[in-house]
Ligand binder design. Structure first.
Ligand code: NAI
Ligand code: MG
Length: 354
């Protein structure tokens, strides 16, 4: 098995954690008998913007070509480029142009990571957030009238399509069907948002009919956020619209400790375009350049990428190595009260791989 990946480190600590992700990927490839060819790209970062006045070349799609996946670090350097410019000029282009309609994030309490929720042990918190990633509340339909006057009006419409909604619901139910608990929770707000959200609920009911072995329920988004904190053991697969999923997919990892370990996938399940795997965290300008960032988010993203490529054994091996290292205080980074730097932690995980 031979894979080609596009490697885009981006900005700040993205450049520091990416080599550790690659180190672990290469070790996994040699142990599990496949190859990973890497095509590194210097765009989608603020250094590129400084030279060219835009985040990516006009022919970025041609330059990326047809890799099996994209492995991404983090983008953003707010001192030189405003965040909405750097994000819309790079990551959001990938999500939309490559129709990565699922944003997938595990919420799992790992050994060695202090849980901010009192009394929770590893095993208590283990679920997935499935966020709709291409439509919904994040639409460009709307406008502004009478700007700067006291008659000013701003409107931004939510756009939900049957195609776009059903495909993300199908992904969530398919995922739940592979899990022990086989349960889907839908995030709604059909009491207040009286057109789109009751319709979302109907689509959930329709989809559920195809999955007799999967149970499902729904919560309004406000109480759902409270349940994430109070009863995280209730959840198995949580599916949500773009805005609700955005909120839940930051809240979930926060409930399990540091964002330095959390990974994510921006997935095109149809396989017509490459999917993109990246840590949840950003470029962390406050610690960039010191070599102390936690590489686990990047390394766990590598495991998600291998799972997506069909290398499930190698992915599981990486997760075992991550758990081994996180359980060892001397091998953790400073955000987890450890003493290791980025490279030492990455090397320890590569060495623990079997
Ligand atoms: P951030 O995630 O970069 O940092 C938040 C806090 O967490 C900081 O104190 C940072 O030091 C710490 N932190 C983050 N990752 C860490 C790691 N691996 N190890 C140890 N500590 C870690 O979020 P922030 O500060 O809001 O954004 C900084 C820049 O990153 C902005 O330009 C923002 O737009 C961008 N960003 C990019 C994302 C992406 O590429 N997907 C996601 C989030 C933010
Ligand atoms: Mg977010």
């Amino acid at each position: 098995r031979n894979y080609t990946i596009s490697v885009i480190p981006g900005d700040g600590i993205g450049k520091e954690v990416m080599p550790e992700g690659i180190r672990v990927l290469e070790r996994a490839a040699s142990l599990y008998g496949f190859t990973i060819a890497q095509k590194w790209q210097d765009f989608a970062c603020c250094d590129y913007y400084a030279k060219h006045g835009q985040m990516m070349p006009d022919d970025w799609k041609a330059q990326i070509g047809k890799p099996d996946a994209i492995f991404f670090g983090a983008v953003g350097w707010p001192n030189t480029v405003p965040d909405h410019v750097s994000l819309w000029g790079s990551l959001l282009q990938f999500r939309r142009e490559y129709d990565q309609y699922v944003n997938l994030r595990p919420v799992r309490l790992m050994p060695g990571v202090p849980c901010p929720l009192v009394g929770r042990e590893p095993g208590d918190i283990d679920f997935w957030v499935v966020r709709e990633n291409t439509e919904g509340e994040y639409s460009s339909v709307g406008g502004k009238m009478f700007p700067g006057t006291d008659r000013e009006i701003v409107i931004q419409e939510t756009v939900m399509t049957r195609h776009g909604t059903d495909r993300v619901l199908r992904y969530a139910f398919d995922l739940a069907a592979t899990r022990d608990r086989k349960h889907v929770t839908s995030a709604t707000k059909s009491n207040g948002i009286a057109i789109t959200m009751p319709w979302w609920d109907e689509r959930v009911e329709e989809m559920a009919k195809n999955y007799p072995t999967v149970t499902h329920d729904k919560y309004h988004i406000d109480i759902l956020t409270a349940q994430f904190v109070l009863n995280p053991d209730r959840f198995d697969v949580v599916v949500a619209s773009n805005l609700f999923g955005d909120i839940l997919s930051d809240l979930g990892p926060a409930c399990t400790g540091t964002i330095g370990v959390a990974p994510s996938g921006n997935i095109n399940p149809d396989g017509t375009h490459p999917s993109l795997f990246e840590p949840v965290h950003g470029s962390a300008p406050d610690i960039a350049g010191k070599g102390i960032a936690n590489p686990v988010g990047q390394i766990w993203s590598a495991a998600m990428m291998l799972e997506h490529l069909g290398e499930a054994d190698a992915a599981a091996a990486i997760m075992r190595a991550v758990e081994t290292v996180l359980a060892e205080p001397g091998l953790r980074t400073g955000d987890l009260k450890g003493k290791a730097n980025t490279e030492q932690c990455g090397k320890a995980i590569a060495d623990a791989l079997t």
